[in-house]
Design a protein around this ligand. Structure first.
Ligand code: SAM
Length: 230
């Protein structure tokens, strides 16, 4: 688990005020239809303000995406909750996140399973996020496997994955991600033109059988790379 959220008294970095703001955020997410209590507890535990530069901390508990530099964003809390709920993630599942960004979604995933791989294309963001997660996550807790590279090609050496979560918008389903899904596994990915995607869930029902469900409208920054926008 991420400290200091589990400790009885808050640290100077995560105060009663921040915790109160997180409780209000979780109530708002529940009001918007997020039902999975494990997901709500995960968002209630991860100090989102620590993924912001101090000057912008006041924005951390609004239900909004926010710029993190390099033209990228930390996803809106509702989107993080919605995608995580769709994943139906259990503690035994091995998950790959494509688009580490700030590391916030990665920290939320780590509350639900210790088996998290996350890959980020942008080297500047990758370096900052690797440092941030190293400082935030307790050394005795589970650590994510992080890599800088093209996540539209997946992470072949670590495949298969029970769950794959893509946090950038793709023009179509990246074939490498379908190949790296375990049978019975699920891929959650926004798919569609650059400015209006749909959340898509794909279940691998057999070695050659995939069931696709098109869900709510979504709006993400583009997934770049060989299996994304080139
Ligand atoms: N999950 C992130 C978080 O919690 O902050 C938000 C991700 S942001 C909406 C999308 C991220 O995907 C950006 O950081 C972007 O650099 C990254 N990205 C885009 N194409 C990628 C690719 N092919 N492989 C890995 N990361 C990619």
């Amino acid at each position: 688990p991420l400290l200091p959220s589990d400790s009885a008294s808050p640290s100077p970095a995560d105060t009663y005020r921040h915790r109160g703001q997180r409780r209000a955020l979780v109530a708002a997410l529940r009001g918007r239809g997020i039902r999975d209590e494990r997901v709500l507890a995960a968002l209630g535990a991860v100090p989102r303000h620590l993924f912001f530069a101090p000057a912008f901390e006041a924005h951390a508990y609004h239900d909004k995406a926010f710029p993190i530099g390099e033209g990228q964003t930390i996803s809106q809390p509702y989107t993080v909750a919605y995608q995580t709920e769709l994943l139906a993630l259990g503690p035994q599942h091995r998950v790959l996140e494509v688009g580490t960004g700030s590391g916030y979604q990665c920290a939320v995933l780590l509350r639900l399973t210790p088996h998290v791989h996350s890959i980020e294309l942008n080297a500047t963001l990758f370096a900052a996020t690797q440092r941030r997660l190293g400082a935030l996550l307790p050394p005795e807790g589970p650590a994510p496997q992080l890599r800088c590279g093209d996540g539209s090609l997946g992470w072949p050496e670590a495949a298969p994955f029970d769950r794959i979560l893509v946090t950038a918008g793709a023009p179509g389903l990246p074939p490498a991600l379908l190949r790296q899904l375990a049978v019975g596994g699920q891929l959650v990915i926004p798919v569609g033109p650059a400015h209006e995607q749909r959340m898509v869930r794909v279940v691998r029902e057999g070695p050659d059988a995939f069931a696709r469900e098109d869900l709510a409208p979504a709006r993400f920054v583009p997934l770049l790379g060989a299996g994304g926008w080139q």
